[in-house]
Design a protein around this ligand. Structure first.
Ligand code: ADP
Ligand code: MG
Length: 678
């Protein structure tokens, strides 16, 4: 933990002091914030909002019920409220509100006390996304009362990506306090001409402006300054690598016999493509120049096996390995999936997630520091300060596009003495390759492992749609498994884009779950619900039940999009598929077709997305679909930077910020002295 302002500054700027100087931040909270990458007051002030919410004007209930998927604010009097228990701690409260133009239900999951709070006659304001759940409803709305009304229409409210038990509102409160007390202490280190050229304000202006924007253009102006930070960090890494100042890693050189021994560990024969890429990686690891390799391969191509080779090679030479995934679900899947292979090779593995108890976490970190663990799996929490390695030689980063430019920047800034293997299923557009990925070499893993069943995709409407339940029942009877995906729901963003509201996502998945549980075929074969708002322990244990085959169906939000590997799952139903881009649909579909049996993907959705659905029916070529996606939606989406993943970091959009990327590329050339900040 960094000390007060007088202690050595981090990366060359004054830290403005530790977070424990803020009210309500004790050591426990500070440790949580640190896991989110926030160590100092400066870090907090430089935290980027993940979105800007504009509070809408109130809508009549009649108009609101026609605006499914949109965020609305309504006002009315509660007519009645009903509590329904649906087993265990699960319950649903429906409060019916009327305003004279119509009625609408407010739906609350697992909050039985809402029945009393919204007793008949209560006057309320409610804000949230309109969903279809027994008529137009608002699920998990935010409520306002006469005593504490909702923010006025037009109010601009930045939201922050919390996580690990820290909410956006809590972050906002601490940022407010930091602004009150420390705003005068923020210094700018970039030259004024450069900022002018970038059309971005200096930090002393940008910091208060982004957290308390008066107008949307102000927010956007301030955001450009914030966007520069990760871009510059990344460019500094690209620059260092080009100029040969890349640092030195330990060479992990293995003999031909060791190489053959490692290859013989696999329960299958490596494909030619895997074998070729493994050769490239073996050569990289054998040098002291740190490996920076990007492995691109379509979903299901077998990237994990390649990563395991790199891990075994490094461990063979006495080094430790960190395997990082964007979500806890994926991290634990890697840990379980590779455990046999790695432990069979005599390696000691461990998994660090946010859900470990303090004692367990301490035990793992101590063993890591002592060198008693060879391979550790986790999310980006692996890079927090309390995680120390005895001898970290390799970092593997899976589904790296999900980490975004900001995290790429942070990573590039760390571990210049460590080999890094990045893996992605999303091809990188050439226009960006040089600026964002200029420090990387690229390997392509083409083809897929042999012995896979076919995958048929169908945009299911009319008769197809009607035949679907029967077909699903047959698959369930045959012992196969089903992913039922209910994606997210739109919300107004500062740039007029539609983004997803985690609250309503979870809610509509809940509604579908309720509906399927009521059907005997599904209930009897076992069914689980998984979404991003569940505590990760609970989410993992539900997914584990699905993975083990204890339950046949999982209803999920797009949390299953990346990497989940269940070969026995042969069916995927995607509801509201028109809300998803091609790249995302392709990623989702990559969850099926992993076993020998034939698989089926049903797209349910609006005709307006017909072009996309037809492409999905015709092609399973991820590169082709990604290119098409790029054409339809733009680069930001393709790189996953606008998706709201877990712990998403900020609003960097390479498409919008291409000029910043280009300006940053030249800056260090002209003023290498600035490199000391990054
Ligand atoms: P992705 O590239 O999407 O990360 P995975 O590494 O998860 O793909 O691999 C998908 C599945 O294919 C896994 O079940 C894995 O065990 C299997 N697999 C990988 N390589 C081979 C191979 N050479 N032969 C057979 N199965 C393989
Ligand atoms: Mg994978």
């Amino acid at each position: 933990m960094s000390g007060a302002a007088s202690s050595p500054p981090e990366r060359g700027f004054p830290t403005i002091g530790p977070l424990t100087g803020l009210r309500g931040v004790g050591h426990a909270r500070a440790a949580r914030l640190e896991r989110l990458g926030l160590k100092t007051v400066r870090d907090l002030l430089l935290l980027q909002p993940i979105r800007l919410v504009v509070w809408p004007v109130k809508t009549s209930i009649q108009a609101a019920s026609r605006r499914k998927g949109e965020r609305v604010t309504i006002e009315g009097r509660v007519r009645r409220s009903v509590l329904q228990r649906i087993g265990g701690k699960r319950s649903v409260v429906r409060a019916t509100v009327s305003d004279g133009t119509g009625e609408m239900d407010l739906v609350f999951f697992n909050q039985p006390w809402m029945k009393e709070q919204l007793s008949s006659g209560t006057q309320v304001e409610a804000h949230g996304s309109v969903v279809e759940a027994r008529g137009a409803s608002i699920a998990s709305p935010r409520l306002g009362t006469a005593a504490s009304p909702l923010p006025a229409p037009g109010t601009l409210a930045p939201e922050y990506g919390g996580g690990d038990g820290v909410s956006s509102d809590a972050l906002k409160a601490w940022i407010d306090e930091a602004l009150e007390r420390h705003v005068g202490e923020i210094e700018e280190h970039l030259p004024a001409e450069f900022l002018e050229h970038c059309d971005a304000p200096g930090l002393p202006v940008a910091v208060p402006m982004i957290h308390r924007p008066a107008t949307i253009p102000d927010f956007e102006y301030a955001r450009r300054r914030f966007a520069l930070e990760p871009i510059l960090t990344l460019q500094a890494a690209v620059f260092a690598r080009r100029s040969g100042k890349a640092g030195r890693a330990r060479a992990a050189k293995i003999t031909a016999e060791q190489d053959a021994e490692i290859r013989s560990r696999y329960p299958f024969t490596l494909t030619d493509a895997q074998s070729r890429v493994i050769g490239e990686i073996r050569a990289d690891l054998g040098r002291t120049r740190p490996m920076r390799r990007l492995l691109q391969g379509d979903v299901g191509a077998g990237k994990t096996a390649v990563a395991a080779y790199a891990a075994m090679t490094v461990a063979e030479c006495g080094g430790q390995v960190a395997m990082m995934a964007p979500t806890e679900v994926l991290a634990s899947q890697h840990a379980y999936g590779l455990r046999d292979l790695l432990e069979g090779h005599g390696l000691r593995t461990a998994l660090i997630t946010g859900s470990l108890r303090t004692g367990e976490r301490r035990d793992v970190t101590q063993r890591l520091a002592a060198g008693e663990i060879d391979v550790v799996f986790g999310t980006h929490a692996l890079f927090s300060e309390d995680v120390k390695f005895r001898r970290l030689d390799l970092a593997v980063i899976d589904e790296q596009h999900r980490f975004g430019v900001a995290q790429r920047g942070r990573l590039a800034g760390k571990g210049s003495d460590v080999h890094v293997l990045l893996m992605t299923a999303t091809p990188i557009p050439r226009t960006l390759a040089l600026t964002v990925y200029g420090d990387l070499e690229v390997s392509i893993l083409d083809g897929s492992p042999p012995g896979r069943g076919s995958v048929r995709t169908r945009w299911a409407r009319g008769d197809d749609r009607r035949r679907m339940p029967r077909f699903l029942a047959e698959r369930l009877e045959a012992g196969e498994q089903i992913y039922w995906v209910v994606p997210r729901i739109g919300e107004t963003m500062s740039d007029g884009d539609s983004e997803d509201a985690p609250a309503s996502t979870a809610a509509s998945a809940e509604a579908r779950f309720e509906n399927l549980v009521a059907r005997p075929t599904f209930r009897q074969a076992g069914i689980e619900l998984v979404h991003g708002r569940l505590p990760s322990v609970e989410r993992n244990s539900r997914l584990d039940r699905f993975r083990r085959g204890d339950v046949a169906t999982v209803v999920a939000t797009t949390v299953v999009e990346v990497g989940v590997d269940v070969p026995n799952a042969t069916i995927m139903v995607i509801e509201d598929a028109h809300r998803l881009g091609l790249a995302q649909l392709h990623q989702l579909r990559g969850r099926i077709g992993r076993g020998k049996k034939d698989s089926y993907c049903f797209l349910l959705g609006d005709k307006k997305a017909e072009e996309r659905f037809r492409l999905m029916e015709r092609s399973r070529d991820g590169f082709l679909l990604a290119e098409e996606d790029l054409r339809q939606r733009g680069m930001g989406d393709l790189l996953g930077l606008r998706q709201s993943g877990e712990n998403q970091e900020g609003l960097v959009d390479p498409e919008r910020d291409l000029d910043l990327l280009l300006a940053a590329r030249d800056l260090f050339q002209r003023e290498p002295g600035l490199l000391r900040y990054y």
